[in-house]
Write a protein that binds this ligand. Structure first.
Ligand code: ZN
Length: 224
């Protein structure tokens, strides 16, 4: 089955993930997205999943490892920050990432993952003018956008099958911004607890908070 065929099977995102900046705007589903069936985008708690299955379990990846391609856009400092963030997420979640190579691809709603890289997730640094993901998130000025893409594992049970992260050039606190967006890719929604990396506000936390860690454990792990 080709990558494109697989991608067309993904139920498009509901959890368009907006980092930072102003107050959290309710997230707009993509035009082809199914109705929102999970939690609301913001929560009066320290963590929450973007979606839940009908049995109440968080929707998450169910994989041995998650293959990642990176578009550093010629900025090797970005690549360094991505590796730092991926390692941090691995340690907090138990997820295993595999770097599969660099790509020139900038994720879009229609093509979230670089098709030439055999990857599950593409992480890129790109301006909001280079992709429609920022506009889809409702915040063109966001520092980044991280998006999980869902597919059915079985009736009533979704899993995340792909993801994309785009970070705007020149953002400050970039490692934490990347961590935040990868958190979305793993299935975490925003929290209104400002002490967490997954806050809907500007990130001020020095690292993962207790809610972040609980959430990453809930959506993390690997199946082999
Ligand atoms: Zn966010």
């Amino acid at each position: 089955m080709t990558r494109m065929t697989r991608l067309t099977r993904y139920l498009a995102l509901t959890a368009l993930a907006v980092a930072l900046v102003a107050a959290c705007t309710p997230l707009s589903p993509a035009p082809v997205a199914p109705p929102w069936v999970g939690d609301s985008p913001t929560h009066a708690s320290s963590w929450a999943p973007t979606r839940r299955n009908t049995d109440g379990t968080p929707v998450k990846w169910e994989a041995c490892q998650i293959r990642v391609a990176v578009n550093h856009g010629g900025d090797m400092a970005f690549w360094a920050d991505v590796t730092t963030a991926l390692l941090s997420v691995e340690q907090a979640s138990g997820v295993l990432f595999e770097f599969v190579g660099f790509t020139g691809h900038v994720p879009t709603l229609e093509q979230p993952v670089a098709i030439d890289s055999n990857s599950d997730v593409t992480i890129a640094q790109a301006a909001s003018s280079e992709t429609n993901l920022f506009a889809a998130s409702g915040l063109l000025s966001a520092a980044g956008v991280g998006t999980p893409y869902y597919r059915w594992a079985q009736p009533g049970h979704l899993r995340i099958g792909a993801g994309s992260v785009v970070i705007a050039p020149g953002v400050t606190n970039r490692v934490h911004v990347i961590e935040h967006e990868i958190g979305h890719v793993l299935g975490l929604a925003h929290t209104d607890n400002a002490t967490q990396i997954m806050t809907s506000q500007a990130i001020t936390a020095p690292g993962w908070g207790s809610g972040d860690r609980a959430g990453l454990q809930a959506v993390g792990g690997r199946t082999c």
